[in-house]
Design a protein around this ligand. Structure first.
Ligand SMILES: Nc1nc2c(ncn2[C@@H]2O[C@H](COP(=O)(O)OP(=O)(O)OP(=O)(O)O)[C@@H](O)[C@H]2O)c(=O)[nH]1
Ligand SMILES: [Mg+2]
Length: 399
């Protein structure tokens, strides 16, 4: 799974990536600080099944601390997007091409309304952040359309001559954008296009593209810079007027708290509503004042800096993921080498035993015999739908 961070220049994308991952991507108060994308690994939290099973685990592909599993998620922070990017403005299609593989987008918006469409500083509060949301959606749609239009006539002719289904040609065209066949099929049904009637496509193409984009690259909105005085009102308007889920966030405050935690001046755990001061002398007066302000204006008001709530929501609500634990030994919950609950997999809700087998090893799906659930040992077949925190052995003919 790849999460893309998008938004106009200087809205705080790289700061948000740093807040999630602490990778130290370059941050600057001028547009296009980021040109080449920055990648990082963030960790989403889930209650580990080790607690329920009362075992001590030895995680391999994830981390477990105090009964909480931390599962790695790949995050990509790209260059800023300006209106007209799909026609080459700003860094143009480079930005968009970097996003090809993203399965979901986090749209970082400057909620304080202090940057114009191009990310230049303007008077505080003088820009309406709601406009950023529609701009971005329109740009992504225009980009997908430009890819389709390159071969639209050829596709049309081919479909008419060979009586082919449009969805198959469209999938071939869009597969490089991590757009799956089921996204296209569901969108065609929703828009009411007749798959093998070319004439019904033309008039519905724009609606179809928007529908495909919503399904294949869903967006959550981050109302960033919520620490600024002009942000609160904009945030409530965004919450009321947008279809997307909106989160109040201060990426800068999260980076500050985590840096101080690493410096051992405070004790702070990601996502929490409080911190404790450890070394007041080392902190000094100005940092102490800033911390008091963060406590009263941000943590007490919004419950946290918001950064981690966004990731949790993306993974478990928007993408509807569950966590499952494949093992080799159902009585010990271990792999071949005896590691207990070594791997935790994030899979979409509704994933079947055979689909999980394919994710663990492609040969396992082809040679699937059955699944065995732990601790009961109950046998399940190919179509068995996995539940959250299921521990399962895949039994296959492959040794
Ligand atoms: N007050 C405040 N400032 C922030 C916050 N997040 C980022 N900033 C500031 O916004 C400016 C731009 O931050 P970046 O993270 O470089 O923004 P970007 O979106 O990556 O910018 P480009 O790479 O140029 O597209 C910097 O001066 C940051 O310190 C925040 O939550 N609150
Ligand atoms: Mg950046």
């Amino acid at each position: 799974m790849l999460v893309g961070i998008v938004g106009k220049p200087s809205c705080g994308k790289s700061t948000f990536l740093n807040a999630l991952t602490m990778v130290n991507a370059k941050v600057g108060d001028y547009p296009f600080t980021t040109v080449d994308p920055n990648r990082g690994t963030a960790y989403v939290q889930s209650t580990c099944v080790c607690k329920e099973l009362e075992v001590q685990d030895n995680p391999k592909n994830s981390i477990c601390t105090d009964g909480i599993r931390y599962l790695p998620i790949q995050i990509l922070d790209v260059a800023g997007l300006v209106p007209g990017a799909s026609e080459g403005r700003g860094l143009g299609n480079k930005f968009l091409d970097d996003l090809r593989q993203a399965d979901v987008l986090i749209h970082v918006v400057d909620a304080s309304g202090s940057l114009d469409a191009e990310g230049n500083k303007i008077n505080k509060g003088s820009w309406d952040p709601l406009k950023d949301v529609s701009f971005l959606e329109e740009e992504i749609d225009a980009w997908i359309k430009s890819i389709i239009m390159r071969d639209y006539e050829v596709m049309r002719k081919k479909a008419a001559a060979e009586k082919l289904r449009f969805s198959i040609l469209l999938h071939e065209k869009l597969t490089g954008l991590a757009i799956k066949k089921h996204h296209i099929d569901a969108s065609i049904r929703e828009v009411g296009i007749v798959d093998n009637d070319v004439n019904t496509w033309d008039e519905n193409l724009d609606t179809l593209i928007t529908t495909i984009r919503r399904k294949s690259k869903p967006i959550v909105v981050v109302a960033n810079k919520i620490d600024q005085p002009t942000s609160a009102d904009n945030f409530s308007r965004m919450q009321n007027e947008l279809d997307a889920k909106v989160f109040p966030v201060s990426a800068l405050a999260e980076v500050f708290l985590r840096t101080e935690h690493e410096d051992k001046t405070i004790s702070y755990k990601q996502g929490e509503a409080e911190f404790t001061m450890i070394d007041e002398e080392k902190l000094g007066d100005s940092k102490k004042q800033l911390l008091t302000k963060i406590q009263s204006d941000l943590l007490e008001k919004y419950g946290s800096t918001g950064v981690h709530d966004v990731l949790t929501n993306v993974v478990f609500d928007l993408l509807n993921m569950i966590v499952v634990y494949p093992v080799e030994d159902v009585s010990k919950f271990s792999d071949k080498s005896g590691n207990v609950l070594p791997d935790a997999y994030l899979v979409p809700k509704g994933t079947t035993a055979i689909e999980l087998a394919g994710k663990v090893h492609s040969d396992f799906a082809e040679n699937f015999i059955h699944g065995s659930l732990a601790p009961s040992g109950r046998r399940v077949g190919t179509d068995y739908e996995l539940r959250n925190n299921e521990v399962i052995k895949i039994v296959s003919a492959v040794k």
